[in-house]
Each structure stands twice: as C-alpha cells, then as structure tokens.
Design a protein around this ligand. Structure first.
Ligand code: GCW
Length: 831
C-alpha cells in the first residue's frame, strides 16, 4: 500500500501541468564539486513570516532542495557564517563593511564572488527579486561568479486582470477567475498566492484584480473584506493590489443622485470609500479607471474634463499614498466612415494633449501601445510624445485578444519592442518610447508599465504552456526594456523545459518566427489584424472593419485600401507626432512598408519598397505565413523524446490546430481581397486548390449545401450541414487520384452548442473519428465562420484510385456536423 502511495506521490510530483510556470526548479545535474560549491546555509534578515525577505529565504531553501536535492538550513541572525546565502535589505545588512552601490526603489545587489552570496535589496521587495534572480541562475545550471547591482526601469510594473465579479474574465482564454465567483471573492486563494509568486519572480509589483469595465458591487463591505484577503496573499511577495472603479459608483452604488466629479457630495463619497478600502488594505497601490469609453460612465457625462474626473479620485488617494492609473483609451465609437477625416486613432491625443499639466501628481495616464487597440502591428501611440507634464505608463496585452487567443503561438516581445524602441524624436532628440514611460524624456517622477494578463483557473495559467513566455518576458522587459527578446525567451525555455540544446533551438526558432508568421497570415502592411472586430476578435473577417462606427477602418474597395492619415490629404493623424516622425509618415516614400496602409490609401497595384504590389504582397505573405505555421508542427515533433508526454501532447494539439487555422486565415484573406480587387495571384495559388474536394460536390445524403457567411470563410463559399438536427449525414466521393500515401485534411466547423461526431471511411475501413468539442479556449462561435472553421488531419493514409471516401456526420445540439472540404495532400504540400 505504502509503495502504491509513494508511486502515486511521485507521479503527482512529476505532473507537468504548467502550474509552476517557470518556477519548476527541475533537478539540475550536480557533481561533487558542484555540490561542494553550493551554499551550506541561508541567512534571512527578517523573521516576520509575511515579509518578502522571509519569503525569499523560504524560496531559496525550497528551490535549492528541488534543483540540487540539498537541504540548506535557514538562520536568522548569523551573518558571519561563511558559505552562506544572505538575503535581506541593505538597511538590515551590517555584516560587512564593503562598499555597496547606491540602489533605486526595488533595486538589488546580487554578488556570488565572496565568501557569502549576497542578495541585498534596497527594500524587502528588492531582496526577494535578488533571491529569485539567483534561483533562476541555479535552475539554469549557472553557478558562475557574478556581482552586479540591478535597478528597475520604472517604478510602476503592474498587471491588469479583467476579471468580473461573477468569475468570468473579459478577453480571458484560460477558464474562470482565480479571484471572483458569484459576485464575491472566492474563499480559496491558493492560486492567487501561486500567481503572486510568479509575478514577484519577474519583478512585478502591482496587480489590478478586477475588470476595467468595473462593477460597483466590488465596493460592498463583504467584497472589501475579500480584497483585504487578496492583499494579504500578495503582500508577502511584494505585490500591491489595486482596483478598477466604476465612475458612476456614487450614483449607482452609493445612492447619490449624481456622479458629477465636481459635486461636493460626490467628492466626499469617494473620500469615504477610499478611507474604507485603505482601512482594509493599507498598502493598496491605488485605482485604475476606464472612464467615458465604450459605454463606461465618466466625467464627460457632466461636461467635466477627463482631468477633472481623474483628479477627484487622485485627491482621495493622496492622503494614503495611492496612485491613479487613468486610461487614455477614450474614443467615440460612433464615428462616421463617410467622413474622410474622421479617425479613431486621433482620439487619445485630441482628448489628452489639451489636459497636459492639469492632472494631479499621483495620476498616471495609461496608454495602449498603439492608437487603436492591441493590433498585430500599430505605430507607437503618439500620445507618448504629447504629454510632457503628465506621468504616463504603457499598456501591453499578454492575453492574446487580437492575436490568436492563446490558440496560436505568438511570442509578443518583438512586437512590443517595435513600440518601446520607436524613436519619437521629441525636440529632434533621441527619445524612444521606453524613455517616455520611465519618465526620462520629460523628467517625470512616476511612470511605467502595465499588461493585461487575464490568467484563469486553467493549470497553465494562460491556457497554453507556450503562451507563458509572454508573461515571463513582460516582467523581464518592464524591469529592463533593453534586454534582448531572444535572450529572455531562452531563459524561459531553460526554466520551463530544461537546457537541452535541441529543445532550446527549436522552441527559440518557432517562437521567434511566430509573430511575423501571424502577421503574415492575418493583416499585413499596417491594416490591423483583420479579425472579426464585432464578434469574437478571433478568426478572419476583414469586412467587419468597415461600415460601422468603431473606426477600425481599412477603407478597402475595388480599387484600393488603407487609411489616409496624412496631414496633407487625410485625417491629420501623422501630424500628431513630433516633426521628424510626422514627416516620415506624411510621405509615402519614407513610410515603411509594414505601416503603409496605416498611413496611406493606395491602389492594390501600388508598388511597395520591396518591389511587390500591395495585392501580391497580401497573397505571398499569407501563403508564406501559413507555411511557417505548419513548420512549427515539425519542429515540435522533433522534440518528441525530449519533452514530457503531458506537455508534448498538449502543445502538439495546439500547434496542429494553429497550422489548420492558419490555412483558414490564409484563404479567407486572400479570397476576400481577390474577390474585391479582381486581381489574380501572379502564381495562381489563390482560388486554385488541385488537392481539394469540396464537400458540396460530394454525393450527399442527409446533408445539404449551406452558403457560409462571410463567404471567404468557406472554400468555394459553401459548406454542408445535416438536413436536420437529428439526421445523420453522409458525404461520399469516388477518388480518382494516383495511388499512394496522402495526408488527409478535413475542414469542418466546430460550433458552440453541440459536439457532433464525424467518422471518415476509406471504402469500409474506418480511418478516423473526431468530435466537434475542441476546448482550446478561444471565444467560440455559434455560426459557420472563420472562428469555428477547424481542420483535422490524418497523416499518411494510403489511397488508391477508385477508393470511396465517405464521411458520416452525426449532428449534436445545434451543431449540424458541418463540413467544408477534404484535401488529399501529397507529403510536403501545404494547402
Ligand atoms: O479591445 C477592447 C476589448 C474590450 C476591452 C477594451 C478596453 C475591457 O475588446 O474587451 O474592455 O478594449 O481595453 O477597455
């Protein structure tokens, strides 16, 4: 019995479900010399069990135990012991007289060169960061001698969670909230604690726990008590919590008849609420507010300025030392596309520039990286160059809202770096965006970083093992934006999958290729992602960009495409940048190809700097992007023997899905613009699929053709569905192909509302079977469209001419076993 139990425990310990993230601390081989070189004790300069320094001691002990199987005792006041690790604040460290460099807030010294390993922080948090950094070295098998001081790029390093009180998460793809359920804070905060640990290990010091589309019931006493519990869980890791507020709370929750920020009753209501929160959470970081945006209430309702609204909250926070993160994401979502000069991208500068200097000192304007909304490519928000008397922070997205919803591998740091490194040329001097957010450009005291993360209860946190590289890299860049994307990635790979060179190379190669590939098979040349902006933000729907008030327009018609954002002839947006940049973008000849459609409206036949026409670039990029996505599957499969089964299988499933969905994207976008422009692909790939058999052209029984909308999300615009919700459908065809082995790809639609069962036969032999219930985490669709379109592939199936291929579909619920086409692909063909 004991043996069985032990075996069971071992299996549990080895479970690779992703819950430890990059803090797995897998064993590292360590010979006698290595063992001898390991420290023999840990000296922790704080005994208080809820202090970050105490936690650092525990982390060191557990980490070394797991990595090297060595038990190292912890002492609390024995700083003289040689061969020990000393962790604490500089103030508490009085064991040596050697010079210690000046450190900034949260900074630390890491020194392994002397008798002792010194992990010393400017504050408690800094000491914990030093401990995690040292452990990260050890976990990567790096026992080298290092001595350096490290300081934060900026004081604000936060994450935002868009968690709702009912436990759902807006734009979350990894299950429900770890914080809230049924209108209140959950009892069990174990996962919250594990999250705090992950965040501290990447030097994140703040978390806003609820959605910016905020629910005022957060302010109910029981929920304020819940916030106290959440703060208690995060505090030992040096992470301060913050909350999103609903600007109409004084009226909608507090019972006042107004939420006018200048009304004295509203002012004192906010002061009172703030006092109540700080009674429970004395170190609350502060508030986050989305006001007068996308239907959220705000000061504009009362003709008050955004600054007047922000300042009321900021002043309520001042006695407590709190900060107000005020979002710049304010725009009119009822714009009129028939007006050539209307432009959503102009909104942030239009609203905020006139208010520069009017915000209280503890306000930080939180600016999305681009002027629209987390698209696959955007120019840097010009607002970073336009606020010289206001603190600013950048808002990034780790959750992949417009970028494949964690069902596509997209390593994001290279995208973020296009913005962080972009030189705004303020006053004709070097002024990269990263300097604006640190406060350097305009000599501001506060500033920094936030990222929308949206972790959920899924054991992998983000719903996908590989997506965690984005969270890890976000923290690393917020500490040091000069760090190299690939170096960060490789640290993450070693910590997550071990140090095998082949593992390192392949995951590096696929991750680094992933954002360019995603851009290639979605929206090119700065025309945004081209996902469905009205519905799921997931699959392709280029038409959804236009003819509505959201202002994410492409202005595509039969002749051309692109937003003219020049000053000379367009919306004037280019003129929001400092002069040198404005000139660069004003002129199509100096505008880089990858943003040409962002700034200019051109004919499809316009020649890019690359020498290609716009339309041919679309076609070529889409074919090449999909091929790259297919190569990820091969790369991953080459690691079959090097990765544990659990993670190997999970990642493979996602990469195979991504490869299939990249074809859906490729064909949808290529067909859409082919249809619109009527310009053929020079190499005749678009609309020409020699290996495909359309489902509607097969012999059907119990199935009927169905015109898919948008048309471009079905091959030949048509699919088949069962004739009723309870009729079994059969589609069959007699093959006339050269005999041989083929990869059999079948495109179907996986709808929300049912789990159909499909079975495929070659003559009477069953080749395979699948159900329509993939739960990969992206927002599902109730329609046959680019979100539900999915591919299943059976590899290396032998077919002979004359064989009958038959697919039987059993509908379920409201899902009528839809099929689009089958493709018999000779090895190496991607289509
Ligand atoms: O991109 C949009 C998202 C909304 C989000 C909004 C915002 C929280 O689709 O879901 O609302 O941005 O950033 O406020």
């Amino acid at each position: 019995m004991l043996r069985i139990l032990l075996l069971y425990l071992c299996a549990l310990a080895a479970a690779e479900n992703g819950s430890q993230g990059w803090l797995r601390y897998a064993p590292v081989p360590c010979d006698k010399a290595c063992q001898d070189a390991l420290p023999s004790s840990i000296v922790t300069l704080d005994r208080n069990e809820t202090s970050p320094v105490y936690v650092a001691g525990q982390e060191l002990q557990q980490g070394i135990q797991r990595i090297f199987n060595k038990t190292v005792p912890i002492n609390y006041d024995n700083c003289a012991a040689p061969s020990s690790i000393i962790v604490g604040t500089l103030r508490d460290y009085n064991c040596s007289t050697q010079d210690i460099p000046e450190l900034g807030e949260d900074g630390f010294v890491l020194n392994t060169t002397g008798d002792t390993v010194q992990l010393l922080g400017h504050n408690q948090r800094g000491a914990l960061y030093a401990a995690f950094e040292y452990l990260s070295m050890l976990a990567q098998g790096n026992l080298s001698q290092v001595a350096y001081a490290s300081d934060a790029h900026a004081p604000i390093r936060q994450v935002n969670e868009w968690d709702n009180m009912d436990g759902s998460i807006e734009r979350g793809y990894a299950g429900p909230s770890i914080f809230f359920a049924n209108g209140t804070v959950v009892d069990d905060l174990t996962r919250a604690r594990e999250y705090a640990r992950l965040l501290a290990s990447i030097k994140i010091n703040g978390i806003v726990v609820n959605n910016v589309n905020a629910n005022a019931t957060l302010l109910e006493p029981r929920n304020l008590d819940g916030l106290r519990r959440i703060a208690d869980v995060f505090r030992p890791y040096g992470v301060q919590i913050g909350v999103s507020l609903n600007f109409a709370s004084p009226r909608d929750f507090g019972g006042l008849d107004t939420f006018d920020p200048l009304d004295p009753s509203v002012v004192s209501w906010w002061e009172n609420v703030t006092d109540q929160i700080y009674q429970r959470v004395p170190d609350l970081a502060g508030y986050l507010v989305k006001a007068s945006s996308e239907g959220q209430p705000g000061p504009l309702t009362y003709n008050r300025t955004l600054a007047e609204g922000a300042n009321v909250l900021a002043r309520a926070l001042q006695p407590h030392g709190g900060i107000l993160m005020f979002r710049a994401f304010v725009y009119d979502n009822n714009l009129n596309e028939s007006k050539w000069k209307a432009d959503r991208a102009n909104a942030a500068v239009d609203y905020f520039k006139p208010l520069d200097g009017e915000f209280e000192e503890n306000v930080i304007v939180q600016i999305k990286y681009g002027p629209i909304d987390f698209q696959v490519r955007e120019p840097a928000s010009p607002l970073f160059a336009n606020l010289n008397r206001t603190n600013v922070a950048i808002e990034l997205q780790v959750t992949q809202e417009y970028l494949g919803q964690q069902c596509h591998l997209v390593y994001l740091p290279p995208l973020w770096k296009t913005v962080l490194n972009f030189d705004l040329r303020v006053d004709r001097k070097a002024s990269p965006v990263r300097d604006a957010i640190s406060g350097k450009t305009f000599n501001r005291p506060l500033g920094g970083w936030t990222a929308v993360v949206n972790v959920g209860t899924n054991s992998t946190w983000l719903g996908s093992h590989l997506a965690m590289s984005n969270l890890y890299a976000y923290g690393r860049l917020a500490w040091d934006p000069m760090a190299d994307s690939e170096d960060i990635l490789q640290d993450w790979i070693r910590l997550t999958f071990g140090s095998d060179n082949q593992v390192l190379d392949k995951i590096t190669e696929m991750s680094m290729a992933s954002w360019p590939a995603y851009e290639n098979y979605t929206g090119n040349l700065g025309e945004q992602t081209l996902t469905d902006i009205i519905y799921t933000h997931y699959g392709p729907n280029p038409a959804s960009q236009d003819n509505n008030g959201w202002g994410q327009w492409t202005r595509a018609d039969a002749q051309g495409i692109g937003m003219d954002r020049t000053v000379g002839n367009g919306t004037g947006y280019a003129g929001q940048y400092p002069e040198e940049v404005a000139q660069l973008y004003e002129d199509i000849d100096t505008t880089p190809d990858d943003l040409v459609l962002w700034f200019h409206h051109v004919n499809y036949t316009h020649r890019l700097h690359s020498g290609k026409t716009v339309i041919q670039h679309f076609y070529d990029a889409h074919y090449s992007g999909a091929e790259t996505a297919h190569s990820f599957v091969d790369m991953w499969e080459s690691l079959r023997d090097k990765i544990d089964q659990e993670r190997y299988d999970d990642v493979l499933t996602r990469l195979v899905y991504q490869a299939g969905h990249s074809i859906v994207w490729r064909d949808a976008i290529a067909n859409f613009y082919h249809n619109l422009s009527d310009i053929p692909d020079e190499t005749q790939r678009v609309g020409n699929h020699p290996w495909r058999i359309e489902a509607e052209s097969m012999a059907l029984s119990g199935y009927k053709p169905y015109a898919v909308y948008p048309f471009e999300t079905a091959s030949n615009a048509t699919a088949i569905i069962t004739t009723s919700n309870s009729t079994t459908g059969t589609a069959s065809t007699t093959l006339s192909i050269p005999s041989g082995a083929y990869n059999l790809a079948i495109n179907y639609y996986d709808l929300y509302g049912g789990s159909s069962l499909w079975t495929v036969y070659r003559n009477d032999d069953q080749i395979g079977q699948w159900t329509g219930d993939t739960k990969l985490g992206h927002i599902p669709s109730i329609y046959l469209d680019g979100h539900s379109a999915t591919r299943v592939t059976f590899r290396d199936v032998e077919f002979r001419s004359g064989d009958v291929l038959r697919i039987v579909g059993e509908p379920d619920g409201t899902e009528p076993a839809p099929l689009d086409y089958v493709a018999l692909l000779p090895g190496g063909v991607v289509d």
